[in-house]
Ligand binder design. Sequence first.
Ligand code: BES
Ligand code: ZN
Length: 624
Amino acid sequence: MSKWLAIVMTVGLLAGCGGNDRNDATAEAPSSAVEHDPHSYGNPNEARVTHVALDLDVDFEGRALRGSATLDLEVADAAEALILDTRNLGISAVTDGDGAVLEYALGEADADLGTPLTIMLSHRTERVRIQYETNPGATALQWLPAHQTLSGEHPFLFSQGQAIHTRSWIPLQDSPGVRVTYEATIRVPEGLRVVMSAANDPSAALDGEFRFDMPQAVPPYLIAIGVGDLAFEAMSPRTGVYAEAELVSAAADEFADTERMTEVAETLYGPYRWDRYDLLILPPSFPFGGMENPRLSFITPTVIAGDRSLVALIAHELAHSWSGNLVSNATWRDLWLNEGFTTYVTIRIMEAVYGEARARMEAALDYQSLAAEMEELSPEAQVLAIDLSGEHADDVFTDVPYAKGMFFLMWLEREFGRETFDAFLRGYFDHFAFQSITTAQFEEYLYEHLLEAHPETVTREQVHVWIHEPGMPDTFVPPESDAFSRIDGVRGAWLAGEVVAADIDTDAWTVHEWLHFLDGLPRELSVAQLDALDGAFDLTQSENNMIARSWLQLAVRNRYDPAYERLEAFLMGIGRNLLIAPLYKALMETGQAEFARRVYEAAKPSYHPITVAANEPVIYPDGE
Ligand code: BES
Ligand code: ZN
């Protein structure tokens, strides 16, 4: 073993304990300490990445990004090495800012966390440059051949960093506590457009080279890229849509309320601080509904329903511009500070733009989904500030951080009154702007600025139960919706045979009412009952993907043959996990593994790695 490799292996012990020859009085120690993150190998409290400059070629044939990442560092006097996160990167050279070669070593690969990259720092190293290329299987990247796009003519590439995938396309310290600014030069085949979670110029020439600057420090999971044959349509002076030309107008029309939503959020929580807010509409294989990449939310096309009925998704991703992106979770344990606050802010935006009835329905649906999921979760997983050590970071994304987090804030709002709570939240976003914080930091701020400022309203003990105990606390009041109570009545009457389906007046039903009606039906229905519903409402052909999902779930549970053609097309055409995972699950639970596996195998090449990873264990429970 070489001497330096021995140092690499013991650097964790040495660093911070003196006993080294790095004695540069001018070197800055990293600013305030970063919270230890069990999902990163990085050593930011010794040597911290503060800025990333990417210079990458996009190779669609080789399915690789190739080039360099130049990292600016803040280095503590005692630091001998910089430790980065990587996953399956091909590294060819590491130099300092002047081009001098630096020694480096890749550690052991871990299936969840990837591979630490340790770079030996010499005296005064404040910049390192890593020459590398990504692996075709990089978990953050989906490479779509032209035939998987609408035009069928050009390939498409997009990244998805959250939670810990950025390390598969950029070597850096991939912890949300280590915020970075970034810049990028990206080269692509001429005619294609590149967009990033940075300043985008809708009028940029499509000449094969794009430059980006992101002057605001963000967690690494928010660095994102999209490449494709993308058109742009403005929705307001500061909002617009990027999408394939075939879809861009429909998208701009569907999401036309984005500016109003932004104004509402600004009134509540202070100015939008990220300059532009644009949407990137991805191909249907995008594994999520949306992803809040700063300045440019990534959005599934499956919410373009034609009637703006599913735009809560936009409110949600926009809300992250305050909760999540401005004030971020320091580690994945603290995700509820991000998604829970966002789910709350979403409801407030929906209420202000579309009225209280719709907001109540959205909250009631969130509760139904939370209550159902809670039944399957272990007590440990029902805690907002979840203990994630030893778990994969993705395991934190249940309804708990989202809906339980929201209901906690709704409870505070009810107890302190809207005016007081709104002022508190606005002050909180200002106070922690552009920082990544822990649950403990939030608790301290909450005690000082809300509980102590308004004594005898709620107790610390009550707050503690919400944040650190499983289940729903005694202080929780389930949301109610008059509209849903009416639906319950109609559903009951139909099931009791008091009314026939064709006589149910559904003309004024919103998507929410449809979902509540369908999801509340018994698991077992007769063919005659399903025929009656389908005959009256044409559910098998529903153009609303959320309604289609709920209907197909019923169809699967009851082996309702007439829906299977649509079911297969749905599973083949969509990669959004929320829409397809419940269908695969229902198929497997009802002994239809053969059908599930046939369709899954056919669809798999077009699914995103995240969708594959989520469904594979369901479809092959024994690891076959
Ligand atoms: N940040 C999430 C997307 C995400 C989830 C990334 C899990 C990585 C792991 C995003 O803001 C989100 O929550 N999207 C939801 C929609 C929302 C309305 C609940 C989605 O994609 O369905
Ligand atoms: Zn979210």
